[in-house]
Design a protein around this ligand. Structure first.
Ligand code: WT7
Length: 634
């Protein structure tokens, strides 16, 4: 028997050991016993992390949509696969069974084909959290098209960059979206983006808010009439193990987003395995992850992981604050949610509100709580434990990244211990390590260092779309032969990991991974701005918020607050509202090293309100700039 479903601490320890001693056998057994293959593999894993080149299950053939759908039809055809909770609390929830989902995916896949989409083509999905998003993802997978989901909060410019970078042929969007009391003109944003892009041949439009929109003849098509004409039978495209499944963009430390590429078989095996163990899913459970499918959490733990396990997965269209801040708890009670997976920023925001909004809902169905996206602080952890889990639901603090494909470090509910602020232990098959500043692995168990992973795992990213060199440079060059996560971590004497945060120029705001460089690029586009530097500072709700130091070209006598708004508008239009700055300080200059590098370390200290020990600043090019910044800091 494989270790696909770990049920005891003894099995956990055994699995961890076996995965280290013989990773080939460990993953071979899991893959063989728990998935549907058209052909099995010749080799389990081939790897050279210096190139880097990694393949998993080479020689195997499969289709992941067949594993998510067809495989469940016989036993679970009438079971709810997707439970859709709309933005409007008075509108009825929609239950899509495995049988229906299978049909809708096949029909959608035939529409894609009718518009000329073939295996290997890139399709951009820019959709709200409605069932069509999950269906479009699976329809792409069914015909071997590579989906590139772009979070529908991104701006037209950000969308255009992502469409161009991987040369998408099609965009799938909706006429608009509901977000609480607001509606958003998604199609308008797509139209704007497409003015800047070349390769798009067609745009499919889902009707959601029934607004008046522009339809460009021969380019834009309403989805419904196409679906009505399409057959609901679509044989899955047979894919090779290493054929790309999707591209998903994440920010990096230069302006350009990185198109992270995940491939078919390894991603599938790890998404299925990690979902089963981390959420200990049982047949009648109703699982809800509140993320958006525009992020990796939604890919792996709303769509693929749950469906691979025949689960019922909830998709929520709305926001936690509409119609009131009790909405999450109302939904938990309404659908008798058993596993609830959300982000620390949401927990902190809801913990601020009156407890009566929690207490009026029956949360007794809950068995397991999850957290993801950033470190969860102790206070928020206890609030979650006390008031949501009523001290009877284990909390899984799951550490992982877009590049990882699936959860890497976490406790296993009921099996290994949860410790507040610790992600705790790697899942069996994952081999993290800590590195010191000289590039050596720290062998003492209790230690602090930069976190790497020293052996490949099935769902690791294979490359950055169109730029393998950048992939190597970003993740494999810092520590030869190891995957560098970009995070720092502490390890206690029992081997539990506590993530201390990013050690590079990426800042996690409300669980969103934002690079400082793209934000600075956006600010610098303002005609009055000379240069800028963005750093993070601690924030009660967002975990970390953004503080911008901005030097203007010359005194224009313009109102500072007006300028602040313009700078934030600039960021919103280049990236999206999530990247707006909390504080903007106008400065005479920015502290620089003699080679001209902005000293972010100093700015970070000032932003944190800790300017007393800035260290030696005498070697700076312009030490006088620092005092001026301190004097005028918020
Ligand atoms: C970065 C990855 C894949 C989840 C969504 C974010 C931070 C993520 C945790 C956690 C501490 C965490 C790390 C990581 N992070 N989860 N449980 N504890 N930090 O994916 O956008 O690729 O960001 O999020 O800093 O490197 P992402």
């Amino acid at each position: 028997m494989s270790h696909y479903h770990i049920k005891s601490i003894a099995q956990f320890n055994q699995a961890t050991q076996e995965a280290k001693d013989n990773p080939e056998q460990f993953w071979h057994d899991i893959a063989l016993e728990n998935f549907m293959w058209r052909n099995t593999w010749d080799t389990v894993v081939k790897h050279d992390l210096t190139m880097p080149s990694v393949t998993w299950f080479e020689g195997a053939q499969l289709n992941i949509s067949e594993n998510c759908l067809d495989r469940n039809l016989a036993e679970r055809g009438d079971k709810t696969a997707i439970l859709f909770e709309p933005n409007d609390p008075d509108a009825s929830a929609e239950k899509i069974t495995y049988k229906e989902l299978h049909k809708r995916v096949c029909t959608f896949a035939n529409v894609l084909k009718s518009k000329g989409i073939k295996k290997g083509d890139r399709v951009c999905l820019y959709l709200p959290m409605i069932p069509e998003l999950a269906i479009a993802v699976l329809a792409c997978a069914r015909i071997g098209a590579i989906h590139s989901v772009v979070f529908a909060g991104f701006s037209a410019t950000a969308l255009a960059t992502r469409i161009d970078d991987c040369a998408c042929k099609m965009v799938i969007t909706s006429d608009g979206s509901y977000r609480g009391a607001k509606t958003i003109d998604l199609k308008g944003i797509v139209d704007q983006a497409l003015e800047k892009c070349n390769g798009i041949e067609s745009v499919l439009v889902v009707k959601r808010i029934a607004s008046e929109i522009l339809m460009v003849p021969d380019r834009d098509f309403w989805l419904a009439p196409l679906l009505a004409q399409a057959s609901d039978i679509c044989e899955p495209e047979i894919m090779d193990a290493e054929d790309p499944l999707f591209v998903l963009y994440t920010s990096g430390s230069t302006g350009k987003p990185k198109g992270i590429v995940h491939t078919t078989a390894g991603y599938m095996v790890y998404a299925g395995y990690s979902f089963k163990n981390v959420f200990q899913y049982e047949e009648d459970d109703v699982y809800w992850c509140t993320a958006d499918i525009g992020w990796i959490t939604g890919h792996s733990y709303i769509v693929y992981g749950p469906l691979l396990n025949g689960a019922t997965t909830v998709m929520f269209e709305g926001v936690p604050t509409y119609p009131d801040v009790g909405r999450f708890w109302e939904i938990v009670a309404k659908h008798k949610i058993t596993q609830f997976y959300t982000a620390p920023t949401a927990i902190r925001a809801l913990a601020k509100e009156s407890l009566s909004l929690v207490e009026k809902h029956d949360l007794s169905s809950l068995k397991i709580l999850g957290s993801v996206g950033e470190p969860i602080n102790e206070e928020a952890w206890h609030w979650y434990d006390d008031h949501i889990g009523k001290n009877k639901c284990p909390i899984v603090d799951t550490w992982w990244q877009t590049e990882n494909g699936g959860i890497m470090i976490t406790s296993i509910p009921g099996i290994t211990e949860s410790i507040p602020t610790y992600a705790t232990l790697p899942l069996p098959g994952i081999q993290p390590c800590l590195m010191d500043e000289n590039g050596n692995e720290i062998l003492e168990i209790k230690a602090e260092g930069r976190m790497c992973v020293k052996f490949p795992w099935p769902s690791m990213a294979r490359t950055i779309y169109g730029n393998h060199e950048r992939y190597k440079e970003t993740y494999f060059a810092s520590f030869n032969g190891k995957y560098f996560t970009g995070d720092g971590a502490l390890r206690d004497e029992l081997g539990n990991y506590r993530i201390t945060g990013r050690v590079d120029d990426v800042i996690i705001v409300s669980g969103h991974n934002l690079g400082t460089a793209p934000i600075e690029d956006a600010i610098d586009q303002h005609p009055l701005v000379a240069e800028s530097a963005v750093v993070g500072f601690p924030h009660d709700i967002k975990g970390t918020a953004l503080y911008g130091f901005v030097t203007l070209k010359n005194e224009q006598g313009k109102d500072e607050n007006e300028l602040r708004n313009e700078v934030n508008d600039m960021i919103a239009s280049e990236i999206g509202p999530i990247a707006k700055l909390e504080k903007i300080q106008f400065t005479q200059g920015l502290p620089k090293t003699r080679s001209g590098k902005i000293m972010r370390r100093i700015l970070r200290k000032i932003a944190e309100g800790d300017s007393s020990n800035l260290g030696d600043i005498s070697t700076l090019l312009n030490p006088e700039a620092v005092q001026d910044i301190i004097d005028n800091a918020f």
